[in-house]
Design a protein around this ligand. Structure first.
Ligand code: ADP
Length: 251
């Protein structure tokens, strides 16, 4: 079966410092449908927002953020587990850092673990392990982590679910006349150097980290689809009905 990595960001998964449970349930329902056609892996943000409800430290300070994330990770996983339990789907938690991709031995280890999960119908749920890692070891956002994971597990496609319909020729929050790119074979010149513009207090990436992920996928001969995670219609159309309505396909 083809492998699919789905990455969902904080903008979609959280709402006012809390997990957006209805949106999470919609995502879980989509993943259940996708599993009939693909081997699915999920890369998820949301630990900091989930932890913030239990521990209100300063998330802009390194220790505060790590403490919140470590309190939030089990809350996030519990929330997923509750929803996947409805469909009798078992999940596994995999926490990775950039170092896991640097050493062949370490990469092989998590590749084998993920293979074991997929072969046994378990859904791997991946997040960055930012608890013990130093700033140099961190991806800092799950966009690039998800691209590295997709490459390591030889996924055909990475789907990034964000708060936006796709990639536009200019920031659509600031320009009414911004036009969406439907298919891109390479990134527009200079696009990787634009300033980071996350649209959410818990988001770390903005559009640039998504473009870096797309660039990595394209350079490795893989595909990426950036689409809306609030309304999953376009994702479902594309992934289950082979119809490309909204969303940017990097191919
Ligand atoms: P997530 O939490 O899903 O990772 P982010 O808030 O980090 O999402 O990134 C998506 C945001 O990037 C969009 O909501 C939009 O405000 C901003 N953005 C800036 N420039 C563009 C562009 N050219 N096309 C699409 N989005 C853009």
């Amino acid at each position: 079966m083809n492998r699919l990595v789905i990455k969902v960001g904080s903008a979609v998964l959280t709402d006012k410092n809390k997990i957006a449970k209805e949106r999470m349930l919609n995502l879980v329902t989509l993943i259940v449908k996708l599993r009939a056609r693909y081997d699915v892996l999920l890369v998820t943000s949301g630990a900091v927002a989930a932890g913030y409800s239990a521990l209100q430290l300063d998330k802009n300070k390194q220790i505060g953020k790590k403490a919140i994330a470590s309190a939030g990770q089990p809350i996030l996983m519990a929330s997923y587990k509750k929803k996947f339990d409805i469909y009798n789907i078992n999940t596994a938690q995999i926490l990775l850092t950039e170092d896991d991709f640097d050493s062949r031995k370490r990469t092989k280890m998590f590749q084998d673990i993920i293979d074991a999960h997929l072969n046994n119908n378990i859904l791997p749920i991946i997040n960055e392990n930012d608890i013990t890692s130093t700033p140099e070891q961190l991806f800092g956002d799950n966009d690039q982590l998800s691209a590295s994971v997709a490459h390591a597990v030889k996924a055909d496609l990475l789907v990034i679910l964000s708060d936006i319909d796709g990639y536009y020729d200019k920031n659509p929050q600031e320009h009414n006349d911004a036009k969406i790119y439907k298919v891109l074979h390479e990134l527009p010149k200079g696009s990787l150097k634009d300033a980071a513009t996350p649209n959410d207090p818990f988001a770390t990436g903005g559009i640039v980290t998504k473009l870096k992920a797309a660039d990595f996928m394209l350079k490795n001969g893989r595909k990426m689809f950036l689409t809306n995670g609030f309304d999953l219609t376009a994702a479902e159309q594309f992934l289950l009905h082979d119809t490309h309505t909204l969303g940017t396909l990097f191919i």
